[in-house]
Design a protein around this ligand. Sequence first.
Ligand code: SF4
Length: 375
Amino acid sequence: MRQVSIGLPMATEPGILRVVDVQSLAEQWRDDLRFLVLAPNAATYEQVEQWRARGLRNIAPVTADGLEEGDVVDCNPDRARAIVLFRESDAHHSLFLTNRCNSYCLMCSQPPTRHDDGWLVEHAIEIVRHARVAPAVIGISGGEPLLASEGLQRVFATIRKCWPDTVIEILTNGRLLHQARVRQALFSELPTNVRWLVPLYGHADFLHDFVVQSPGAFDETLEGLLTLQSLQQPIQLRIVLIEPVLDILDELCRFIGQNLPFVECVALMACEPTGFALANRDLCELDLLDAAPMLDRASRILERYQVRHVFMNAPLCALPPRLWGRATRSISDWKNTYADECARCSVKDRCCGLFSWHERNWKPTKLKPIEETAV
Ligand code: SF4
C-alpha cells in the first residue's frame, strides 16, 4: 500500500476520504462523502479552510506530493500520513476485509493475526462509496474474507449498488462454505458478477493440509468447491508453485481435470517472496526456470482435459516461450517493479515483472532480457 506524507488541518477527522481538485469540488461534492481538496498553494489552502469554517465540514485542504485526484485514502492527521487505498489509474484494485484466517499456509504473504478487525468491513464499504469511478474488477482478500461473512454480504450489496457492472473476485480458501450459517449469509441473495478464487495444493488430504497447515482443510475446500458449483458460481483454482506442490503438480492437474472439470480456470502462480514464505524459504524458494519442464507438463495435462489455465507472477524470461500466451500481468501496481536488466528487454510491456521486495528476498529466476529477434 502506498503511504503518503500529507499536511492538513489538525482538526480533520481521521478516516476515508476522496481526493479532489479544487476546480472539480463543486461538481463532485455530496453531503454523505468526505473530501480532501488538493491545495497546490497557500491561497487555495486558505480558501478551503474558509469554506470549512463556514460549515462545509466534510472537506479539508491537503498539501501532498504523491496524491492524485480520485484517490481514496485512509487519512491519519495525527501522523500526517495518508494511505492510498484506491487509485483510478491502477490496473488492479482490491478491498482488504480481514487479517484473520482459518489456515496457516506455508507461503502466506500476509501472515494472519487474531485480533478483532471487524472495522475493516466498514472501511471497505466506505472505499466503495468514496470511489469516483467503478473499476472493471475489484478483488476482495484477507486473511480469509468468509470469516466476515455477514460483513461480506454488506460489501457485496454496496458494490452492487455503487458499481453494478464491476466483477468481484473473492480470494477465499472456501473452507467455511460447509457451514450453513455462512452459506445463508452469502447466498440468501445469490451474488452476481462474482468469481471465486480458491487455492488447491494437493490431490489428497495430507498434501493440501500440509501446505495450508490445517487438518481437515482439503475436505472442507472440496465441499466448498462443490457448493459453488451447485450454485453455478464461476471458480478459478489457484496453485502456488512451491516445492511440495511442484512435487505433485502432474497428479494435481490430473485430479482437477478428472474431478473438477467445472472450474473456469486454473492459475499457476509463482510464490510471493514475503511473509511466511521467508520463514519457510527451504520449501518456498525455487527457480522457475528450473521448474519450466514441470510447468510445461502441467500445462499439457490441463490442455488435455480442456481446462483453461494461466500463469501469474511469472516473468516471461522464466517461462518457455510456448507458455508466454498464458502469462498474465498479475502483480498489483503498488508492489510491482522491474529490475535494471528489464530496460533492455523487448517483452517488458507484456511481462508481469517482479514483486518490489525481490531485492531483499529472492527473484523468481536469474533474469535474462529477451532480445527482439527471439520474439
Ligand atoms: S528481463 Fe525483465 S521484463 Fe524481460 S522477461 Fe525478464 S523479468 Fe520480464
